[in-house]
Design a protein around this ligand. Sequence first.
Ligand SMILES: C[S@@+](CC[C@H](N)C(=O)[O-])C[C@H]1O[C@@H](n2cnc3c(N)ncnc32)[C@H](O)[C@@H]1O
Length: 118
Amino acid sequence: MEPMAHDFFTPQPIMGTRAYYLRNILHDWGDEKCLIILLNKAAAMKPWYSKVLVNEFAIFRPRPLCLLGAIERAEKQWRELLTTAGLQIERIWTAEPESQSIIEARLAGPGVDDGEST
Ligand SMILES: C[S@@+](CC[C@H](N)C(=O)[O-])C[C@H]1O[C@@H](n2cnc3c(N)ncnc32)[C@H](O)[C@@H]1O
């Protein structure tokens, strides 16, 4: 990996890479801002190849935790947010209860499996 500065509210400069990893980023923002961040990732993603990996809590409480503009989202809220951004959750990886999850998502829709995804 090569670290580089990037404003995530601007278009993603690295196109078509295997994974875009967002750790503890989206919980800082409301849905409108998260949508901008995710749409910038989606625009750079290669169908059937690129993934967004969202490393956050996917809480099980019926009501979300909200503090000072930040929010810990429930699985249903993650699904709604990612779907709105044109992404489809493939799997939510959680090592143990109460721990953070990795939400693995790809571009939604039938797309084209060009055979380069493995
Ligand atoms: C809760 S911290 C998470 C940092 C790191 N990802 C981690 O998990 O330790 C949120 C980070 O988002 C960064 N940030 C805030 N606005 C940003 C922007 N527009 N573009 C890129 N990074 C931003 C902050 O500087 C901060 O480092």
